[in-house]
Design a protein around this ligand. Structure first.
Ligand code: CDP
Length: 246
């Protein structure tokens, strides 16, 4: 973010580097329960991102001194594979993945009814297999579906999107070139029914008016994303029901 360059990211017709209009989302596909051993899982393809979310639990928190007698602890681990980006990423945790794991854990904990599972732990593994910007939000969106697939009681889905500033314009859902060479990136995730914000970060500078415009675009996109989450679960579970009834 913020690396100034001469690359033109928006053309004379107002179209972006990948041909999208300013308020257009990249294609999103969500598949539920792709892993047999996990309690719930989801694979999301969001533009060039390919991210797997796997949920285990609630199970007894270990080591025991980590247990909370009032609620379950939610441990999201965001991991970017070495092969997920153009230049090989050094495997293992780094400052960025630790920060993202923390904000995603907090966002999911707000949505999960953690008070129903004292002393327990819910593990959420988020594996980025292919990265193309917006991975924290795409991972969180997939994790929310995986939690629902695991049958973990939640107040609501968590769904999110980013918007940012590219060639001086506010655009929705940045791709990698826009993220790298644009001027700002604003990821937001909410619980769609209440509108409660569970994640909000900002990289770069935006004016108050620009934040308002970006937020408006994000909220519109989140409605569509929440619909995709619901449909992915409905497709999976209505198929299971039909199989069971035969
Ligand atoms: O992915 P997200 O937008 O949530 O986080 P970011 O830190 O703003 O990273 C933006 C993008 O930069 C990632 O999605 C990757 O495509 C890329 N990236 C990379 O190529 N190598 C890294 N070590 C980290 C990020």
């Amino acid at each position: 973010m913020g690396t100034e360059s001469n690359i033109k990211l928006i053309d004379e017709k107002g179209l972006r580097i990948d041909g999208r209009s300013p308020e257009e989302l990249r294609p999103i596909k969500i598949e539920v329960d792709v892993l047999n051993r996990a309690d719930g899982s989801a694979l999301i393809e969001w533009g060039g991102n390919k991210i797997l979310a796997a949920v285990y639990g609630p199970r007894e928190a270990y080591p025991k001194h980590n247990q909370d007698i009032n609620k379950a602890i939610v441990k999201a681990r965001y991991n970017m594979e070495a092969y997920s980006v153009d230049e090989r990423k050094r495997p293992g945790p780094d400052r960025r993945s630790m920060e993202i794991s923390k904000v995603l854990s907090e966002a999911l904990e707000t949505a999960i009814m953690v008070e129903q599972f004292p002393r327990a732990q819910i593990d959420v593994f988020i594996e980025v297999m292919q990265a193309d910007a917006g991975t924290r939000i795409a991972g969180l969106t997939a994790a929310s579906v995986a939690l629902a697939a695991a049958g973990i009681p939640m107040r609501d889905f968590v769904a999110g999107c980013t918007a940012g500033k590219v060639d001086g314009q506010i655009v929705l859902d940045l791709c990698k070139e826009e993220d790298n060479f644009g001027q700002a990136d604003l990821p937001i995730a909410i619980m769609p029914r209440s509108g409660r914000i569970v994640l909000l970060q900002m990289d770069g500078d935006l004016t108050v008016e620009e934040v308002e415009k970006a937020t408006g675009m994000i909220m519109g996109a989140i409605k569509k994303i929440a619909e995709l989450q619901r449909n992915a679960l409905l497709t999976k579970f209505s198929a299971v029901e039909t199989e069971g009834g035969e």
